[in-house]
Write a protein that binds this ligand. Structure first.
Ligand code: MSP
Length: 526
């Protein structure tokens, strides 16, 4: 049963290091989805946070001569939370797995599974990747030239671990999961990710080791505190503990389960296999969708701290601005596919699509209303075929953007629908030549000019509403410039479903030429 709240989550990020472009990519996508559904008038809950236990964090802290908790506190406070604020991320909560509200509930959840007979003690030996915090199967490994076995994702040697652990009977959930995937074909997105999971589960699942006893940076297993709970079990439970699991039942039912878990493709199996199986085992509802995004690549490799060549999100926002940053990655890369970032591509798209197509349109229209009508939005006199085409164009763009972004998580397709409309409006002005019509001071000439400028301004009203989830600051600037607030209220309250309904702007609105939305770029910093 879906809950009344549209619940979106990002992965909770490991805080062994500062965030990079890859992390910001998923978090921005989640933010756009969140804002989109808020503008549909839905109740939305957007959760992000940090994954702070496990060997990877412990080793990083040790290497830096501080305790793991000190390390996490510092990174969360100085790097992670400030970045989300900087990028205008409207998350409703930020969960940290070291918080008591989380650890207590994790223990309860695991204890419940134990009491239900879903957990047993056993031994395991196998190759482990600390980067992934995961035991690897033979198919997950590649060989270095000297024969060393490496994790295919991190390209680092795996460690052979042998331990007595507690196991969750994951193997028993294969058939149930397959049945579930069959009945819910949209559960895993995109199709390639769904196929990967189906193939994996069809081959048969192994039981999952859910505790570790060789280190202690984790949540103690309640019935055997010599063990800590496996970091992935601990981490996945954040999606439940953050929304009241075991603490506030009413709230839990209001929000849980997630409608969309956004994840990178490398952590798909955890979310699409282990997580629903854990929930099934405890009789809890499973999520609506796991949407896997591709990787941002550098030089043909997954972008990571070590191969980033030093680019931080802030290096890009200080040059291109926060809104353009939020827009660029979703615009340039089809969601679900890998994509690479290049300074040149960003610059080219910024200049042609944001500054020339969109920004110039906004400033030209405001300038003409200022020049020809003293800044007072005129009423359209008689609409002809050209106006009808613009009206239809907006209705189409709005419907398409709503379906693609809101339903399909096709951010690129949705953004393109809006920008195609922007192009259409530019074409309309080029054809109608209001600057020439302005020379005709007859009543008919004035009426024609009024119609053209109302049409262009009203078109921009729709664009501001539709781009607000993606670029909230510049959309607000445009909203202010159109003087829309007085009659229509705040931009965030405008419904995306109604963005295409023509005629919302009221004649007489005070149109002002605000600051340029997308200023010319400075030279690329050295
Ligand atoms: N802590 C786990 C997630 C637990 S969720 C219950 C984890 N953390 S992570 O920090 O390593 O990665 C978090 C997310 O960032 C993953 O979805 C991963 O795919 C994503 N990305 C890391 N590098 C990335 C790129 N270069 N490109 C796109 N996303 C990338 O895994």
């Amino acid at each position: 049963m879906p809950s009344p709240t549209y619940y979106v989550s990002t992965p909770i990020y490991y805080v062994n290091d500062a965030p990079h472009l890859g992390h910001a990519y998923t978090t921005v996508a989640g933010d756009v989805l969140t804002r989109w559904h808020r503008q549909r008038g839905e109740k939305v809950w957007y959760l992000t946070g940090t994954d702070e236990h496990g060997q990877k964090i412990m080793r990083t802290a040790e290497a830096n001569g501080v305790t793991p908790q000190e390390w996490c506190d510092k990174l969360v406070g100085e790097a992670w939370q400030p970045l989300w604020e900087h990028l205008n991320i409207a998350n409703d909560d930020f969960i940290r797995t070291t918080q008591k509200r989380h650890t207590d509930r994790v223990q309860e959840f695991v204890q419940d599974l134990y009491d239900k007979g879903e957990i047993y003690k056993g031994g395991y030996e196998g190759p482990y990747c600390v980067g992934c915090e995961e035991y690897k199967l033979p198919g997950d490994l590649i060989r270095a030239e000297d024969g060393t076995e490496l994790c295919a994702i991190h390209k680092k040697p795996v460690e052979l671990l042998k331990e007595e652990n507690y196991f969750f009977k994951l193997s028993e959930y294969g058939p149930k999961l397959l049945e579930f995937y069959e009945a819910n074909t949209g559960f895993i997105q995109p199709e390639s990710a769904r196929n990967e999971v189906l193939n994996f589960v069809r081959q048969g699942l192994q039981d999952l080791s859910i505790s570790r006893s060789t280190f202690d940076w984790g949540v103690p297993v309640p019935w055997d505190p010599q063990h800590v709970i496996y970091v992935w079990v601990d981490a996945l439970l954040n999606y439940a503990t953050a929304v009241g699991y075991g603490a506030d039942q009413a709230r839990f039912e209001e929000v849980f389960p997630a409608d969309v878990h956004l994840v990178g493709k490398d952590i798909l199996r955890f979310h699409a296999i282990i997580w629903p199986a854990m929930l099934m085992a405890n009789g809890l509802p499973v999520p609506g969708k796991v949407a896997a995004n591709g990787w941002l690549m550098v030089g043909g490799e997954k972008m990571s701290k070590s191969n980033l060549t030093g680019i931080k999100p802030q290096d890009l926002t200080s040059h291109f601005g926060v809104d353009a940053y939020r827009w660029y990655f979703l615009r340039a890369i089809a969601f679900g596919q890998d994509g690479s970032f290049s300074w040149e591509d960003f610059t080219a798209r910024y200049t042609s699509e944001l500054a020339n197509d969109y920004g110039n349109l906004a400033s030209r229209v405001a300038a003409m209303v200022g020049k020809y009508f003293g800044g007072e939005l005129p009423a359209a006199a008689a609409d002809g075929a050209a106006e009808a085409a613009v009206q239809e164009g907006l209705a189409r763009a709005a419907a398409e953007a709503d379906r693609r972004i809101g339903d399909e998580l096709d951010f690129q397709g949705g953004i393109l629908a809006v920008f195609d409309f922007v192009k259409q409006v530019n074409g309309y002005l080029t054809e109608q030549e209001p600057w020439k019509v302005a020379k005709d001071e007859s009543d008919a000439g004035r009426a024609r000019l009024a119609t053209i400028l109302y049409t262009a301004a009203e078109a921009l009203r729709g664009v501001a509403v539709l781009l607000n989830p993606v670029m909230p600051d510049t959309s607000q600037q445009l909203w202010d410039s159109l003087g829309a607030e007085a009659a229509l209220g705040s931009l965030a309250d405008q419904r995306v479903q109604e963005a295409g309904v023509w005629g919302a702007l009221t004649p007489g609105a005070k149109v002002t030429k605000g600051a340029v939305l997308f200023p010319r770029l400075e030279e690329k910093p050295a």
